[in-house]
Ligand binder design. Sequence first.
Ligand SMILES: [Zn+2]
Length: 375
Amino acid sequence: MTAAALPTASGPADRRLVRYVRRTVYPYSAYYRALLDGLGGGPRVDLALLPPTDLSLVGDPGRLVLRPDFGTIVRRGRRPLAAQALGSKATGSMRSFNRRLEHEFKPVHWVLADGLPLGYSIADLHRLAGFGAEWLTRAGVGPRDVLVNLVQAGPSVGYWELVLGARRAGVSAIGLTDAEPGLVERLVPSVIAGEAAQLVATLTAARGEGHRLAGLQTLLVVGDPLATSVRRQLQSVSNGAAVVAAWGPAGTRAVWSECRAGSEQFEPSGYHVGDADIVEAAGDGAELLWSGVGWRGSVVVRLRTFTTASLQRGTCPACGQPGLRVLPLTPLPRTTPSAVAPPAAGVDPPRVFAPPPAVSDRPKPEPDAAPSSID
Ligand SMILES: [Zn+2]
């Protein structure tokens, strides 16, 4: 991958992203601080110049983790947080402030994206649960449903968002590692979630063995963008259940999901993205880039998704909800080494787990950490 082949921005950066980068990403992420400093403008650089992030080239995942310390918070952080830090110091309640900081920033849960560990803080997990509940609601799944979750248990965003979202939404759910059709039938699910190929295999086997799954109303398909032919196949083997898909490029912090009404249209209306998702089409091939504002733990900005997409803004014609929808078009070839390959020369070797965060309640010996230097 040469610099010339990197996608470039098509317009001014979103103001939310600008604020997030200036007040949270630049101060606390070693990876992006080095990139922005290298561009010569530090936190105020035009984000259109920020090279898109290819996770397979990041190297050390610990450099993506946000690591606030007292001095940096006071000098460069969001003003409310800086004020809290100073107030806590003045009143001798730094222990309480540090607990709050850990809750917000310290990664305690990890997923793998393209082989790279990405951390979620406690606050992130609450947020992920909220997005998961929205996903289920959008798919027409609620507290009266019984969900059999066949998504492979492991360090994936889709699995954990579904588990946490079902709990948040009050949906009765059970995860199975072995999709034995007789067992699935005995659980009388109204919803089955899984990857597309796995759902086709399970439902085909169930039909072949005479299991009717009479209460089945919804299939939640988690994984790659759902091809029309596979959607038709799933509708057929499920006796007409609604087939509602969710997908997120590797590195997005929550999946994007179809609405139930949109999934049943002849031309599906696309994947709804969250309010905190900022997507842009960049470069000649209109590669989709993603940034998620507000996340803590590990941070990813202008993520390369290796797909082109059509971006639909405004009200969804199917469900009537406002917001942005993504219709994935063409996967782009990965011209860079995969994350599992040895890193390129000069790139730090990846570690399986990033080190624990260095959230500190003690100021670094910064000479300019005085209140007057709050920016
Ligand atoms: Zn919709």
